[in-house]
Design a protein around this ligand. Sequence first.
Ligand code: GTP
Ligand code: MG
Length: 333
Amino acid sequence: MAFLDEITIEARAGKGGDGVVRWRREKFIAKGGPNGGDGGRGGHVYIRAVRSFRVLDQYRSRKEFFAEDGHDGGSRSYKGADGARLTIDFPVGSVVTNATTGAVYELNKEGQEIKILTGGVGGYGNEFFKSSTNQAPDRATKGKPGEAAELHVVISLIADVGLIGFPNAGKSSLLNGLTNAQAKVGDYPFTTLDPNLGDLYGYIIADIPGLIEGASEGKGLGYTFLRHISKTKVLVHLISFENEDMMKAYETIRDELEKYSAAPQQHDNGLASLVEKEEIILLTKTDTVSEDVVEATVKKFKKLGKPVYAITLFDDGSVKEFSDELIRFLKKE
Ligand SMILES: Nc1nc2c(ncn2[C@@H]2O[C@H](COP(=O)(O)OP(=O)(O)OP(=O)(O)O)[C@@H](O)[C@H]2O)c(=O)[nH]1
Ligand SMILES: [Mg+2]
């Protein structure tokens, strides 16, 4: 399923419960003193940062989110219960704008909660209005409406691992091999049009569309999605053995990352440079060449001083081995 980039939803805090007019029942007295209770406060609306992108699925169909209204007051001075709060979850890294007030909230840390809409106060029951001059007030007030707003949410997911490389390098195939994602795989370039995400024992892996030369200037598709991997802990750079010159393929992508990171708007965002990120080099499709070629190429890439692995998706053992290495690497981070 395509990854949601931006969403707009409506949210509303609960209305306050109404105050009520009630009278004490006393023996031999037709009407006792006032004892109508106040209404409860409406539930507030909170936003919360969670480490899962699955929460986004609910926003595909649902657009309105309401906190519970406060309950009305009752007789015998009974105050109505406050409405339950509503917590709306977004992936860590999301930025939520209240389009009604312009307030902006950044969800940067897992578990972080921010109250964004306040529930309406409850109304007063008639007991509240009792005074020395008015022993039998006939009056109660209504609860106030809760705050409501249109929320505009930009999702910039903090994935742990970003898969990068040329189109057809095998990124989506690898994501499917490592996780239970079901990303579309095709033997043609630009199969992936939107980022795919998968979950590897709690670590989020992002597979973005293939990059090409000129990507940093907007060529191809990958450019707009580099933002999704700008906060990852590590990049896995895939280079297929189908490339005639694998080192050149590697350098072309590194060049684009460098150019992208150097663009002024990236610094304004305070994003870490993509070239300075930890990188694992993954040579793919080893089944298309001889073992000697694999060995020689691994040796050549190891000179870059980075971790280098070679795999084929056609061998489960090969994928499992890389998966174990990746988990070890992430735990160490
Ligand atoms: N021989 C061989 N083919 C592979 C291997 N891994 C993936 N492929 C094939 O390579 C083609 C491209 O795979 P994808 O996973 O779609 O590649 P991608 O990098 O996601 O491509 P884009 O989404 O276009 O950027 C598909 O036909 C896959 O079946 C492998 O280990 N060996
Ligand atoms: Mg793909």
